[in-house]
Design a protein around this ligand. Structure first.
Ligand SMILES: Nc1nc2c(ncn2[C@@H]2O[C@H](COP(=O)(O)OP(=O)(O)OP(=O)(O)O)[C@@H](O)[C@H]2O)c(=O)[nH]1
Ligand SMILES: [Mg+2]
Length: 476
């Protein structure tokens, strides 16, 4: 990614395709000059004289206008591409911290494409993915964790994921990180000062005071690391696979959880062959739900391929729901599934509880001793689904940390950094207690403080930045 901040970038900020409106964004030191070449305010004023953060009606053109056109003295109606609302946001009070111009026109792909070309011919460069947000970071408008949360805010699939992303975007995680980091840095400064003055034997650091600070930090870091073990699910979603032999009602359960007739349901075993995937909110958790082909021994090559994929989906899933038909005795196919090693980690579900029980629960328990118990549901009659959703939630988030106070770690990069910080502080604490040399303690505290600094970007490399912003879309 070109890093230079002295050029002016532009991009279509709305998604591709048709829309009520479409937005073109321009940011950089020459944003106003460049926009002036394709935007003519109806008021006849110059863009430079427009008050910041106020909208104005304008005509926009698809190429650089001759000076006469710009001033409105020459009228060339064919030059006008569209009618638009224009807003100027003067730096540093803009998203990027630079001068920004946003043009809202009709949301047609041809209009936006031509407008974008016009702005480029007037001197702007097409932005790289995430470059607006990267500039906001480089200009100090956001720290790195907040910049990443901008992406999470856009991508959030459930209301709960959005709430978490927004709190990180507002800087709640960053404040926690910076608070912890600064107490480590203060401790570090004291230790290093003491190292410089050892001959004079000045007690710069009292050991009990240092231990108190380290213990407080450890409590915070342990909580954050623990929340990070599950937090990924809020950001990326969890994969849940519905597996079972044919005809037990997997597709019916998929439809019931989606509240739509997404999957084909028939009384014929072997109906589902291609795997289906849909995103659904289960108790606020973004879940990618997989309906799979019924697993059995088959000669049919198409069905066999479907079954191969069912096994893959099961292996990749964060959680599997093994579905049984409660109205029928266990079959050999059921037993084979239940005896698989992974089955012990699954949630066992007896479907068709609207019909008389046809199997022995004891036998199911003997074949597959799952800890989580057995859930009775009826997919078609919508019985027991709340209980099942609850079970899915507590299996995906066993600690219940997310329902309590405090910030959550949802990003793998952050989780990894917190892990390293925790190790550093733990090592440092051991060294203090064992009375080891101050240099050793200082080294581990430095590792921990630097790891925390990576989260907010206080310490960063071009490589990290590139990796982070490459995930963004163009125009953000
Ligand atoms: N009575 C009753 N019938 C159900 C229930 N759930 C599913 N069925 C019926 O069971 C049959 C099979 O349902 P599907 O959802 O297609 O089963 P499946 O497991 O997806 O089957 P395959 O795709 O063939 O593996 C259909 O006739 C459903 O109407 C239920 O809760 N109660
Ligand atoms: Mg099916």
């Amino acid at each position: 990614m070109h890093g230079a901040l002295d050029d002016t970038i532009c991009a279509i900020a709305t998604p591709p395709g048709e829309g009520g409106i479409g937005v073109l964004r321009i940011s950089g030191p020459r944003a106003l000059d460049i926009a002036s070449q394709v935007v003519r305010l109806r008021s006849g004023k110059s863009l430079h004289d427009l008050r910041t953060h106020l909208m104005a009606l304008a005509d926009v053109c698809s190429y650089r206008m001759a000076p006469g056109v710009l001033q409105g003295t020459e009228s060339r109606s064919d030059a006008v591409l569209d009618e638009a609302l224009v807003v100027v946001m003067k730096g540093p009070h803009s998203f990027t911290g630079e001068d920004v111009v946003e043009v809202q026109c009709h949301g047609g792909p041809v209009i936006l494409d031509q407008l974008c070309r016009g702005v480029m011919s007037a001197g702007a460069r097409l932005a790289e993915p995430g470059e607006f947000t990267k500039r906001a970071f480089l200009n100090g408008r956001l720290d790195l964790a907040q910049a990443e949360a901008v992406l999470d805010t856009i991508r959030a699939k459930t209301a709960r994921s959005l709430t978490i992303a927004q709190s990180q975007r507002r800087g709640e995680l960053s404040r926690e990180v910076e608070g912890t980091r600064s107490s480590l840095v203060v401790a570090l400064a004291h230790i290093e000062a003491a190292l410089d003055f050892t001959e004079e034997d000045i007690a710069f650091v009292r050991q009990d005071e240092l231990l108190r600070v380290l213990d407080e930090t450890l409590i915070k870091l342990r909580r954050l690391v623990r929340s990070g073990q599950e937090g990924r699910i809020w950001r990326e979603g969890a994969a849940v696979a519905i597996v079972g032999r044919p005809n037990v009602g997997k597709s019916s359960l998929m439809n019931a959880l989606l509240r739509s007739d997404r999957a084909i349901v028939t009384p014929i075993p072997g109906t589902t062959r291609d795997m289906l995937e849909e995103v659904v909110s289960i108790e606020g958790i973004p879940v990618r739900l997989f309906d799979t082909a019924g697993i059995r021994v088959t000669e049919d090559p198409v069905e066999a391929e479907g079954i191969r994929r069912s096994h893959l989906a099961w292996a990749d899933a964060d959680l599997a729901l093994i579905l049984l038909d409660g109205s029928q005795p266990l079959t050999e196919s059921d037993r084979l599934l239940l005896r698989r090693e992974e089955a012990a980690q699954a949630v066992l579900v007896l479907n068709k509880c609207d019909l008389p029980l046809g199997l022995s629960r004891e036998e199911v328990g003997q074949v597959c001793p799952v800890n989580a118990g057995i859930h009775d549901i009826s997919a078609t009659m919508q019985i027991g689904l709340d209980g099942l959703r609850n079970a899915i939630r507590s299996r995906l988030l066993p600690s219940g940390l997310e329902s309590r106070e405090g910030v959550l770690v949802t990003n793998l990069r952050h989780a990894d950094a917190f892990e390293r910080a925790l190790q550093g502080v733990e090592q440092a604490r051991q060294s203090v207690q064992a009375g080891r040399a101050g240099e050793l303690v200082a080294m581990d505290l430095r590792i921990a403080a630097d790891a925390l600094g990576e989260i907010t970007g206080a310490i960063t490399t071009d490589e990290i930045l590139e990796r982070i912003f490459a995930e963004f879309c163009i125009g953000k």
